[in-house]
Design a protein around this ligand. Sequence first.
Ligand code: ADP
Ligand code: ZN
Length: 765
Amino acid sequence: MPEGVAAPSVGARVVVPLGTRVVTGIVVETNVEPRTSNRERRTPNDEPRTTTVKPIREVLDAGAFVPPDVVALARWTAEYYAAGVGDTIPALLPPMARGGRADAHKTTRMAAITAAGLEALDVARASQARDAITPKQREALELLAGTPTGIGTAALAALGIAADAISRLAKRGYISLRQDRVDRDPFVEGVNGLRGKTSETVDPLAGAVGLRGQTSEVSNTMLTRGDRQLTGEQIDALARLRKLADTRAFHVALLHGVTGSGKTEIYIRLSTAIRDAGRRVLMLVPEIALTPAAASLFRQAFGERVAIQHSGLSDGERHDQWQRIRRGDIDIVVGTRSAVFAPLEDVGLIVVDEEHDGSYKQEESPRYNGRDVAIVRAQRAGALVVLGSATPSMESYHNAMTGKYERIVLERRVLDRPLAAVSVVDMREEYAAEGPDVILSRALREGIQARLERKEQSLVLLNRRGFATAVFCRQCAGTIDCPNCSVSLVVHGEGNARRARCHYCNFTSRVPPACPLCAGPYLEQAGFGTERVEAEVKRACPGARVARLDRDAIRKRGSLVSLLSRFRDGAIDVLVGTQMIAKGHDFPRVTLVGVVSADVGLGLADFRASERTFQLLTQVAGRAGRGEQPGEAIVQTLYPDHYSIQLACRQDFPAFYEREMLFRRAMRYPPMISLVNAVVRSRTFAGAMDDAADIVEQVRRSDPSLRILGPAPAPLGKLRGEYRAQLLIKGMNRKKIREALQAALAARPELQRRVVVDVDPLSVL
Ligand code: ADP
Ligand code: ZN
């Protein structure tokens, strides 16, 4: 630490040397003895090395930049999910706006100090040398060193730093220049057609020094929403939730409400009550663009004091939103997973909408589940958590059944609208009647046609992208596989646009005219995905306006929002898509939902396959009949007798839970036990298996009470050129599993980089 500098607070930003670079970090702990962790000990040669602790170069904040309770939450997350605390830091900090984003918005030129600039400043401070930098340049560097996110050149000019001093510093590499957008209210880009009324100009200095004025205060929620009468069930649910919130103590409530039962309305009224009591609200949704209701309804209800946080925003937008939250200008944060770390103080309520959704789980380190971190955050803050879903996760429902969570049920749709009537089409009979190539059953084709005539809309779900899912050779029965992964390539596009692509590593090639294995000329496309279904709907219903919504269709920024709003406006009659079309939408004119191949997910070697299938079918059926016209769902399957399909069609969650628990109990899977998945990667198959076997042995030795499945080749045995072996560890106590695994890895530190540890995995592929 520089002399005469007091110890920094937890949460303060510090500038520290890291190898040859200088980086900004966050203080997570003070007054600790220096220690070397296994992570730090890793070197390129896998040789242990001792680390010397280097002094902090600069403390950027007098107090906490990130609130200390959020830092503590991040530490908990790192420990629980067996990750390095450094991995959690990106979720805590506003992104540094990077340059180069040229778009229609007004931009401002920003200057930021570089590592070389910091060093030059050190030299200047120490030596007084004449030839180093001019006093004006030094003044500029001093200013910029205190604001690593950068300062606008206009603001610097106002502070008396002229443009030529700036350009000379830039030429010497002491500062970097970039363009930042100024007009950064994400609502302006239109979430669900809602336009932000004001687009504030952001003072580039304000974020760093905290000098910003309050934004205007808006809206009395109760007044603007007063015209809508809550249903009896909504009133009861709200009363119970308010009572829990009034205790100002930690509670978890599972709000189990069928699709269309009006959960969002409850979240909004409850949030109003919390805000009126002087506390703040965190509202988590799986994907903001797919649940436009949440963002725009909250903005309507709470006006300017709502911030939104999700990865679809530009860095600049996220930065501004973060700063507004941190300054206390915000009462309600609506965000995706990482918003659970929002720098919001006095949190009284955390809502986790669609709590079962897999998007809450981060699939890279730290592999946290935003829902579970939310519960821990609420526990520490003495807040209420509301987990909302029509299809709760097995874990949450289990906790509700055992009394750990309060259970609040909404059994009816608002205005007594009926749930969609579901019918099942047995595709074996359909093939017998119509031939083996049929994709849309007669019932589904007729159903779509009838909707077209009545000017109603249809959704068609197939949870598989592409045109054809495999290319195989009729001569040698070989398939065209990815050279890097153990999967077959998926055909996208038709005719000249046809390409074969790997869905895991994005390897792309043309579709060869002959089999690469035997040179046979009889290559056939097999299986079908959303692109093919889209083509089939167009063929079956000439004149229908058909569009597709899947990851391929929305690669361009903004295309998702525009697709959804075109569908909402009635410019599209039939929307074909993957599970994306099932999520949280409220399209009142959809009266038919078709599911093509309901059993797509059942074949996967994953203990959650049935749970996911049940959730997806129930959710997508729930998109039909949300308006005045009743809805219908047609489910095509080869396994009409499978319990998750049958019970989803009856929309009988409790029966599904009981049936699924039989399996989880018998096979000892969560929620009966805790599960940790470890995947060992290696350049050779034998290497992966040997190392995995070694870890299994170590884990067994350190805790014989644990049950271990494996080592075995992972279901996805090769990925991006690396072989993968897997071990699943089951136990009653998560901490013991983690400790045994960490002990095993400590014995083989060189393995750490090649082992991925997933605590509470959602998928074990
Ligand atoms: P859920 O999230 O439970 O699926 P939503 O909150 O999306 O359901 O509500 C379904 C629809 O019903 C929405 O269009 C919503 O505006 C409307 N709605 C909610 N509560 C009421 C009510 N009390 N009266 C009339 N309409 C309501
Ligand atoms: Zn691949």
